[in-house]
Write a protein that binds this ligand. Sequence first.
Ligand SMILES: *Cc1c(COP(=O)(O)O)cnc(C)c1O
Length: 488
Amino acid sequence: MLQSLLNGVGSLVVKRSGRLQQARALRDLGLWGLERNSRGHLSIDGADACDLVERFGSPLFVVNESRLVRDVRGVRQAFASAPAGSRILFSYKTNCVPGLLRSIHGLGIGAEVISPYELWLAESLGVPGDDVVYNGVSKSRESLERAARMNVLAVNIDSLDEIDRLLDVATRLGRKLRVGLRLGLRADCQFGLNVAGGAALEAARRIAARPDRFELNCMHFHHVASAWEVGAHRELTRRALDAVRAIRDATGLEAPYLDIGGGFGVPTTRVMTRREYAVYRLFEAPPSPPRPERFMPLGRYLPALFEYVHDYCHDHGLTMPRIIIEPGRAIASRAELLLTAVHAIKDQGQSTPFALTDAGRLSLTYPCDYEYHEILVAGKPEGPLTHRYHLTGRVCTTADWIARNRCLPRLEQGDVLAIMDAGAYFHSCSSNFAFPRPAVVAVRNGRERTLCAAESFEHLTATDSAALAAAARGSGHALRKQAEIRAS
Ligand SMILES: *Cc1c(COP(=O)(O)O)cnc(C)c1O
């Protein structure tokens, strides 16, 4: 009874979702700076997407470098009204491919890192300490020493316990550390020092007590969102400035930098609401596409925030701070896509046929779980959405899929799908579950260069202890040797 009711509701919401997809799917390739070439194929800055897969294999991450440059410039322009000395730092966890980071740093953007590895990478890429902020909840002692040696702009403190560790490091190195406080502005915040509960003030007192070892350089918060307009961010900024004021009044400390984090959205993808997520899970009815015309461009968003900070400081006798932003998605999302080939179509009497691809959420498309991502067919990017498919992955579990009940042009074996907005949290969340990770190539003016080679099978076994021992001895195929020993 309940089951048949659910089935009935399910088929209705799937039908409705299909209509919304057909009406609103993003078909304007210009949204990503893409085109259709003379063969009718998707063209990424002059490179034919189908050709790329033929030459580099599938799946394949493709960075559109012209788009990346445009989006970085867009953020810089939107940021232009920030006070002198303000900084834009790219969030490494959003997309941590070194070749991409080099391009971004080459455009004058610094690094926001959240792990010992990311900090090491920023140092290895030659980012000066003055352009690095070290955030994160799990900072090793070794990485804190590195941060101290680099004299990073701020190590943003996430918990009171971290202060003891920092003091220890500073004392041992005989240095003074530039630190910041990550403010936890929501009642049940997982990240940062809870402001309402008094942890932020307590942290500031401990910093103020050791002027020989600590310099409070930064007040930080991060808006965990893919914001389409400025309202919620402005409200968090108000709370942050209230905390800044309370800390100044209690300790006399006023940090020169206010770091308002990232969380800026893009018009081509959006996070599902809780309800959409639940409906997607329960009925396999996907959310409707975003509506780019409702998106507030960063060129209006950031100046509105800066004006708010300025007015608040003026009204409350605070010094106008320099501003730090830590965009990830706003810089990288649209500049990369994931190409994946259709290996087979299974239309065997199910209500929705399966299109078997060589991507999937367990290894490559994790953000498709909770965000809407446009999917184009590379050979006919503007083809009519006449069919409906479950797009599934390459790992043998029903949990590995890309999308359920997606409306697409009719698919055949060999078609190449382009999953859009793969520049944010795809590669950095990818895994080598049963398959090595694919290559990342960058395209500019019709010319490609490989940013990361595809992982080989040997890459996956390189840390095997027998392989390491064999490498140390300079002898050949360790795994086989191991197997031979076992067999004899
Ligand atoms: C993830 C993260 C960012 C980047 O977020 P986006 O939504 O990609 O802009 C910035 N700062 C911090 C602290 C983060 O954790």
